[in-house]
Write a protein that binds this ligand. Structure first.
Ligand code: GLN
Length: 351
């Protein structure tokens, strides 16, 4: 090959790599943290956790939403998606369950995309309530009334912040945003929506209380209806782990390379998850596990390990606070073994 040809070949190579790879190369935070555990280690721990907890029978399916009471309580799936998009799964990871309260994290993110974090903080706040997730007492008692975007009152207020010409446009925008965080198209589980819409008098009451305090920013019942739809979005454990990995990866979906959530919003989201992600169980969770996480009464929990991975576990039986028992046990075990606890020196490689 003469020099001219070689030069042309080189230029061609450079042109191809920069045009084919821009999404991958441009994405920041794609490389996992230098202290992230290796794939084989993660896979082994997932297997161990699955075997250790598969026969756990504590807890009870949620039954205040009739649909949830009849979901098979033996379903159990674990998924980890790393920030470089390695996927490790075990058990029932293709079963689609309702995302429920985990949706609140992503509507909070969307509200911040639209309004910026300061407005969301001002209009909703970020104070833990120390009360059950659906507490009307917290709305009355708290100075902000809304508490934070991860309890029902604050979540309904957050949903009411999403712009759109009508309810349908707002809902489609929310669903599309969740789908981008998951890296695939998500959809509503209609039966869950109908079941919850027929029984959600408590959430309607919360919305009216918020209206009394001027802390809801669109029609209260319309906002509850959109909120009920967002809670009825179906995800499987693998999709949920990828939604979590988008948060762990600085807002970039590790599968698609899309910057779904602004990097500067991530600390606000994760800190809120730490304080309120498991409701009145959040303090004990932070003490034991040390990871921002969010639970849903459908039986899912996702925990975020910034710069490393997200773990999603699905197992329907819940504890008193409304958090999946098995999911908490698995995430606790896995994060202990993999040194994921953010407050532990081992998480930065100091063993
Ligand atoms: N849709 C449920 C509700 O509003 C969500 C609650 C939850 O998952 N904790 O009651």
């Amino acid at each position: 090959m003469n020099t001219k040809r070689m030069l042309t070949a080189l230029l061609l190579f450079a042109a191809i790599t920069t045009s084919v790879l821009p999404v991958r190369v441009a994405a920041q935070g794609r490389q996992p943290s230098p202290v992230a555990p290796r794939r084989e280690v993660v896979a082994a721990v997932v297997q161990e956790a699955y075997d250790k907890f598969k026969n756990e029978t504590k807890g009870k399916n949620a039954d205040y939403i009739p649909y949830l009471a009849q979901v098979d309580s033996k379903l159990f799936g674990i998924a980890i998606v790393t920030t470089d998009n390695q996927v490790l799964t075990k058990g029932d990871v293709t079963f689609s369950f309702s995302i429920q309260s985990i949706s609140k994290v992503y509507t909070m993110a969307l509200a911040m995309e639209e309004l910026g974090p300061n407005k969301v903080f001002e209009k909703v706040g970020s104070e833990p309530t120390g009360r059950p997730f659906n507490s009307p007492v917290a709305v009355v008692d708290m100075k902000t009334h809304t508490g934070n975007p991860l309890v029902n009152a604050g979540a309904i207020a957050t949903t009411s912040l999403i712009s759109g010409k009508d309810a349908n446009e707002k809902w489609i925008k929310i669903l599309d945003f969740y789908s981008r965080a998951a890296g695939e198209k998500l959809s509503l589980i209609d039966e869950v929506y109908k079941s919850e819409a027929a029984t959600n008098t408590g959430n309607k009451a919360l919305s009216m209380l918020l209206a009394k305090y001027d802390r809801i920013y669109a029609d209260p019942f319309e906002s509850v209806d959109i909120y009920t739809k967002q809670c009825s979005v179906g995800v499987n454990a693998a999709q949920l782990a990828r939604m979590g990995a988008t948060l762990a990866n600085n807002g970039i979906n590790p599968a698609t390379g899309e910057q779904v959530i602004k990097a500067e919003d991530i600390p606000h989201i994760l800190s809120t998850m730490t304080m309120a992600g498991l409701y009145d169980g959040s303090g004990g969770w932070a003490w034991n596990v040390g990871l921002p996480a969010k639970s849903g009464v459908g039986g899912g929990i996702v925990a975020i390990v910034p710069g490393k991975a997200a773990i999603a576990v699905f197992a329907p039986p819940l504890d008193e606070a409304g958090n999946s028992v098995k999911a908490q046990e698995v995430i606790d075990y896995v994060s202990e073994k993999l040194h994921y606890n953010l407050y532990s020196p081992a998480s930065v490689g100091w063993k």
